[in-house]
Design a protein around this ligand. Structure first.
Ligand code: ATP
Ligand code: MG
Length: 765
């Protein structure tokens, strides 16, 4: 439980607010909500929902006529609901309290606690003093109460021009807290308010309006970010001196969510929009909730990020990789798999008859997701693969197609490249002439036939591929802290969006609707753009690549998921070399990166380790206990340890390197499934201990006894005779369905790999 929730629980226990919990989320409608606001929304609405009778108000803090708009109010409501929260009947506007606020100000004037200051803005600033120097009193400070009343009334009646007077609280110009040096409560502003038109020529300032709005709404816990620390004193002072009813709301501060490579400030985001540096508030590169939604980020992923980050009292920058991790975790279960070739390269299967076409089936989800569904993949003499998946002269660890090698076309069969046809002008390969072989020939697998298959590729039949526009996204800013120096606009990444015009997707996506998630195998998660797609022409935004790609100078393709042993050329140090100004990697980091690659760690994982000294230290400590598994160890560290320990930095300190090594080794040897491995890892991060202890303490009775599993598989196959027949008639994509059913029946305890094997054996009978 975080410190705010503990406080709320304590207040409930002591009856401080008569058992009430009322929070509020008070955005100013001067822009769109962003990922930082999500943290505050999850916290405020979350706490309210955790207590019976708890409520969270949505209050538009609209006391500044210059920047606020009804359009922003609507966007905010839409985004909060999208994120999964509901204010019910508790929608309020601070501007609706203008009359009451005026009354409170008058009460302070009557008590001699507020005065009209007729100094200029510059004079007021000059007399405030500094942190080390006390301020000096304004010559207007001792105006008689009656004169203050008169003047304040005339201000309200619109009798003075902007800037001629302000209303200030009379506190102490030598107060150690600068906020308390006679803060301004009201200023004159002749401007039209989006709700109240020209009714009001004076507007209250934040410090005045905020605490009183909280009090009027009978808020109990007023939660805000740390920079308002100094404002707590004026918050309490005002409530006390206007005689606000008790129990009074209290302000508590927590750390704002600050993400690396991201700017969260409505004002700054508005500049990007107004200067046309992005296409709008909902540009998929924007950290606004609308932008994230359009990119394909799910509300569940954002909520899970907020949970991971937790609520603390110390500011820290959060690695954007955590958001990516949360997004992948959610989309893995939601997004059906599909093939998309970004830059098509023709492959002609010379031994495949000209007119022969087959319709293959493939599962919509891999077996470990355990969800049903399948798709049809037409297959014929000409298919397209990605240009990137072929190299005429393969670099050392290239595990894809090159002349003379065999690779697998996923779900179809094997091909060997026999010759390359090139464009005579550019010498670029334009067509590969290949031999096709089924995966199994006369009962003999590829390996039985002595075929060394170097990788597995995705593909699309040329005649059936659907032309598609694909947009790949990178960080919007090139530096982790874009506000650190100079103008943040100079830190914009000129390559934050790359449009790929000639991609081909498999035909099952021809009817995809806008706003649908897919995993394009080996490329990442994509979302059909809800605005730019229309029937017959889809535009896909890449929500997130499959792996952390810090080493991205180019290496988007690094360590593709379906080919775990293929760190591709892009992941080698040479290819990762900086193509853009961002990748100024210090020499020590570069050396460590090379060392890790030499140990067999994939490029993207190596890059992540270099960036996270804590994880790299664990890697170094654990490596001696699993010397053969450096690649796997690194992958566990950057993908699982980093993700699972994200909300709890102490977790990695508790994690015994030897236990981690034993865990990785068990998974590598197939003694433990990856899934249960994650369960063990969570326990190791939470409690520490050795691998054996933790494994013994968990209910991990994973069913790997083949006889038991065979019985369950037989049961399921028996219950779905029609599907079994369909499978035998070639709809092999149904395998995923059977595995999924077995997983369900075993309540997740079965080892999916064994189930998959047993089911395919049994269904083949
Ligand atoms: P911005 O600078 O983006 O306009 P703000 O704090 O001025 O942000 P408000 O509209 O006043 O924006 O914010 C509404 C609520 O959201 C406030 O309670 C504020 O504390 C909270 N909030 C804003 N940014 C963050 C953030 N990065 N992390 C957590 N909470 C935030
Ligand atoms: Mg603001």
């Amino acid at each position: 439980m975080d410190f705010i929730r503990s406080m709320v629980a304590r207040d409930l226990a002591t009856g401080k607010y008569d058992g009430r919990v009322a929070t509020r989320f008070p955005p100013e409608p001067n822009g769109f909500l962003h990922i930082g606001h999500a943290k505050s929304i999850c916290l405020n609405f979350g706490i309210a929902s955790e207590h019976s009778g708890g409520r969270c108000h949505l209050r538009l803090d609209d006391t500044n006529p210059d920047t606020e708009k009804a359009e922003y109010v609507e966007a905010m409501k839409r985004d909060i609901q999208w994120l999964g929260f509901d204010w019910g009947e508790h929608l309020y506007h601070a501007s609706d309290y203008f009359e009451e606020l005026f009354g409170f100000a008058m009460r302070l004037v009557d008590k001699g606690l507020a005065y009209v200051d007729s100094s200029s803005e510059a004079e007021i600033r000059e007399r405030r003093g500094s942190v080390t120097r006390p301020g000096t009193n304004s010559p207007w400070r001792d105006r008689p109460i009656e004169e203050n009343r008169e003047l304040f009334r005339s201000m309200r009646a619109g009798e003075f021009p902007d800037g001629s007077h302000v209303l200030r609280a009379k506190i102490d110009m030598a107060h150690p807290n600068m906020v308390m040096r006679d803060p301004i409560l009201y200023r004159i502003r002749h401007a039209s308010h989006y709700r109240h038109g020209d009714d009001w020529p004076i507007y209250p300032l934040y410090d005045f309006a905020h605490c009183l709005s909280d009090s009027l709404e009978r808020i109990t816990h007023s939660l805000c970010t740390l920079e308002f620390d100094n404002n707590r004193e004026i918050y309490d002072w005002l409530l006390e001196h206007v005689d606000a009813p008790s129990p009074r709301p209290e302000q508590t501060e927590f750390a704002a969510l600050v993400l690396e490579y991201v700017v969260t400030s409505k004002r700054k985001l508005r500049r990007l929009v107004e200067d046309g540096r992005v296409r709008g508030w909902d540009d998929p590169r924007m950290p606004t909730l609308a932008g994230l939604r359009r990119r394909g980020v799910t509300p569940a992923a954002i909520r899970s990020l907020c949970k991971m980050v937790g609520v603390a009292k110390t500011n820290s920058r959060v690695d954007v990789g955590k958001l990516d991790y949360a997004v992948r975790n959610d989309l893995n279960r939601i997004a059906p798999r599909a093939f998309c070739v970004l830059e098509p390269l023709r492959v002609v299967l010379t031994n495949w008859p000209e007119e022969r076409e087959e319709s293959l089936t493939a599962p919509a989800f891999p077996p470990d997701v355990g969800k049903p569904g399948e798709r049809r993949l037409p297959f014929g003499r000409v298919v397209c693969i990605d240009q990137d998946d072929f190299r005429e002269e393969p670099p050392p660890r290239f595990r894809r197609l090159s002349p003379g090698r065999w690779v697998r076309l996923k779900h179809a069969g094997l091909i060997r490249c026999d010759s390359v046809v090139k464009d005579p002008k550019t010498a670029r390969p334009v067509e590969l002439r290949c031999t096709f072989e089924p995966e199994v020939v006369g009962g003999r697998t590829a390996r039985d036939r002595g075929r060394r298959v170097t990788g597995t590729l995705h593909w699309v039949a040329e005649r059936h591929g659907v032309p598609t526009v694909v947009r790949l996204y990178d960080r919007l800013f090139t530096t982790p802290d874009p506000l650190a120096e100079g103008d943040f606009m100079d830190a914009l990444n000129p390559e934050s969006e790359q449009v790929v015009p000639g991609a081909l997707v498999e035909p099952s996506l021809a009817g995809a609707s806008p706003g649908a998630h897919y995993q394009f195998e080996r490329h990442g998660y994509f979302f059909s753009d809800p605005v730019d797609s229309w029937s017959g022409r889809l535009v896909f935004n890449r929500t997130v690549p499959l792996r952390d790609g810090w080493a991205r100078g180019a290496p988007q393709a690094a360590a593709p998921k379906e080919v775990p042993d293929a760190p591709g050329p892009a992941a080698t140090p040479a290819a990762a070399a900086p193509k853009r100004k961002t990748a100024t990697v210090p020499p020590e980091a570069r050396a460590r990166f090379d060392e890790l690659c030499a140990l067999g760690v994939a490029g993207a994982a190596a890059a992540s380790l270099v960036r996270s000294p804590g994880l790299d230290a664990l890697f170094v400590a654990a490596l001696p206990s699993c010397p053969e598994g450096a690649g796997a160890l690194a992958s566990w560290l950057v993908n699982e340890v980093a993700g699972l320990s994200a909300g709890d930095p102490a977790g990695t300190e508790r994690l015994d390197p030897a236990a981690l090594a034993a865990l990785v080794q068990s998974v590598e040897d197939g003694r433990l499934s990856h899934r249960l491995g994650r369960t063990v890892l969570s326990a190791l991060l939470a409690k520490g201990g050795t691998f054996e202890e933790v494994q013994a303490g968990l209910d991990l009775a994973e069913i790997s006894d083949e006889d038991v599993l065979r019985a369950i598989v037989a049961e399921i196959v028996g219950e779905h005779a029609e599907k079994a027949t369909a499978y035998r008639n070639g709809r092999t994509g149904l395998l995923g369905f059977f595995v999924g059913e077995v997983m369900k029946r075993s309540r997740g305890k079965a080892d999916p790999r064994i189930v998959s094997r047993l089911a395919s054996e049994m269904l083949a009978e």
